[in-house]
Design a protein around this ligand. Structure first.
Ligand code: C2E
Ligand code: CA
Ligand code: CA
Length: 361
């Protein structure tokens, strides 16, 4: 830094730098690059090599304003964005970031209200079907939010807000209760419920889940919790114990979105790799059969269905079979599907269920 720059600790691990009279963005960016470079270097702490990271938010005056508190707030918004985009980087404040933040805080408020009066939130259920034989094996509970003025808001948009604000706890419990009630109506079906990493790492989570399911009179052996690789990675030991308690109580655990995370089939696409070699540690247990059920998600076409069945997935889920439908959506149809119908009948009924959800429900 220059002698004329100000460096301040705002509290905790948050610091501020005030630079006056800079030439423009190149100056700021050179400083940011130096900070990131320096902070990243490993150092020795009591004989251990440790690493730090830093995220930087930038507000430039006068473009972003010229009022002290406002600039600080805007730098903070930019910092938040830098963290959201993978950390160890810097981001500038832009007006659209401000809008995003304001929209989020409005949505947070509205979500709080929706949870308090139970209005606008609903759980839909998407069938999971067997690649061969028995048509519908399970249902996945997927939350829906009909916002009073903004219309239907995707869970991809509001779940992250719920996670950041802690609202995921009451929301998750509410979804679980709904799913338990519906599960009692379909005792032969597995009911899949998504868990956020935030829920899993909250203290007393397994105990609360066990209690809720007992209260609702559902059978834990019919409930399958879907977790993501992210859940497994953060705080592995603690998560392991939570999952173990859940399994001991009879619940099943499924790994959702497998291949999109760290393990990661995504690299294949990203780097155009031509061949994969499967590690010995995977192959050897395969000899004894992993005993895993593999469900292919997002099956939309007959062609995909055919290929996936040939590749050995035992279950499928996707718009080809059905979208997620409300619990009262032609319950008769689902019950016919589920009534151990003759395979032929079942198959034709399944085609009916594949109709896109319309107003006729
Ligand atoms: P997910 O758990 O991977 O759920 C599957 C998503 O894929 C659902 O989106 C479903 O409607 C969609 N989908 C299913 N079949 C097809 C298909 O053939 N084609 C396409 N294009 N999409 C298909 P949805 O309901 O919008 O949910 C998005 C995500 O939000 C979920 O992804 C899940 O991560 C999260 N989510 C939904 N409900 C909950 C919940 O109650 N709790 C938590 N923690 N997360 C939830
Ligand atoms: Ca899922
Ligand atoms: Ca998924």
């Amino acid at each position: 830094m220059r002698a004329s720059d100000t460096f301040a600790r705002l509290g905790g691990d948050q610091f501020a730098i005030v630079q006056v009279g800079i030439a423009g963005e190149p100056d700021v960016e050179a400083l940011c690059a130096r900070i990131l470079e320096t902070v990243r270097r490993p150092f020795n702490l009591l004989g251990h090599e440790v690493f730090l990271g830093a995220s930087i938010g930038i507000a430039l005056a006068p473009e972003a304003g010229d009022e002290r508190a406002d600039l600080l707030r805007k730098a903070d918004i930019a910092l938040y964005r830098a963290k959201g985009e993978g950390r160890n980087c810097y981001r500038y404040f832009t007006p659209s970031l401000d809008e995003t933040v304001q929209l989020r805080s409005r949505l947070e408020e509205d979500l709080r209200t929706a949870l308090a009066d139970g209005e606008g939130l609903q759980v839909f259920y998407q069938p999971e079907v067997a690649s061969a034989g028995q048509p519908v094996i399970g249902l996945e509970a997927l939350v829906r939010w009909q916002h009073p003025t903004r219309g239907l808001i995707s869970p991809e948009q509001f779940i992250p807000i719920a996670e950041e604000t802690g609202l995921i706890m009451p929301l998750g419990e509410w979804v679980l209760r709904q799913a338990c009630i519906v599960s009692r109506r379909w005792p032969e079906l597995l009911m899949a419920v998504n868990l956020s990493p935030v829920q899993v790492r909250s203290s007393g989570f397994a105990e609360r889940v066990i209690e809720i399911v007992r209260e609702c009179g559902a059978d834990p052996r019919r409930i399958e919790f879907e977790i993501t690789e992210g859940t497994l990675l953060d705080n592995g030991e603690f998560t392991g114990k939570v999952l173990q308690s859940l399994r001991e109580a009879g619940f099943r655990i499924a790994l959702d979105d497998f291949g999109t995370g760290y393990s990661s089939l995504n690299y294949l696409r990203q780097f155009e790799i031509d061949k994969i070699k499967i590690d010995r540690s995977f192959v050897q247990p395969l000899g004894r059969a992993l005993g895993l059920t593999v469900t292919a998600e997002g099956v939309e076409t007959e062609e995909q269905k055919r290929l996936i069945a040939a590749m050995g997935a035992s279950e499928m889920q996707g718009f080809l079979f059905s979208q997620a439908v409300p619990e009262d959506w032609d319950a008769g149809l689902l019950s016919r599907l589920n009534a151990r119908a003759k395979p032929n009948e079942a198959r034709s009924a399944l085609t009916t269920l594949a109709l896109p959800m319309g107003s006729g429900s």
